[in-house]
Ligand binder design. Sequence first.
Ligand code: FE2
Length: 244
Amino acid sequence: MSERVIEVGCDLRDGAILPRMEHAEIVDRVMEQGQLLLLKGVFPYEQLADLRGAVAAWGRETPPADIDDFAGNYHRRRCMISRLQQAPHVFHDYNFNDLAAASPALESKLRGLFEPLRGLYNGLTGAGVEFEIPAAGPYVHPQLIQYPAGGGFFARHWHNLLPQQLGFIVSLSQRGRDFRNGGTCFEIDGEVIDMETRQDAGDILIWRYDHHHWVSQSDLRDKFDWDSEAGRWVATFAYFDPRG
Ligand SMILES: [Fe+2]
């Protein structure tokens, strides 16, 4: 069997993500060959720590939401069971559907991560996404997710392949430094792949969006505190139409 996890060197130059592999080959490996592509070391650690800190601070001064606002900026402390798939989960998500409504400092830090991701996504899929809400159809939902220390997790679930096609998971924190344990797991062709020890801070994981996946639980011996920044942070680039 071919290797499941393929590591690819990558540069970030003038806001453009430049993998050392052709876009067509990345798409073929992820979509057709059941591989997980790991673009290594794309974002510098200091940038990620700065972004995490800014988003956590915004979360402390902004009351948590009780419902999703797919047109605005909000964060939610989720301790729930998803309605259709009945997947239990505990995490804190921070959503920026209106980047221009964030403070200039926060907007700049968010764009420092999400604009390069937008370019990569458009380059791979040809979707031509922008950070604007169209009159109809799908659009991108920039999101950071914090799996808090002391029990953050997300049980097995899956998504429709379309319109997303390719998913991105950007690791924003470093195992052993910022968090003790926990990571994304996949099942592909009956095989379980655990990315916990494979994905470092700054790496972009590219995966086919209909693979079943879950997030292993952070160690319950650690203290759980919704107000704390502690835990494992990731960024995602979900593309869907909440009105559809
Ligand atoms: Fe998911």
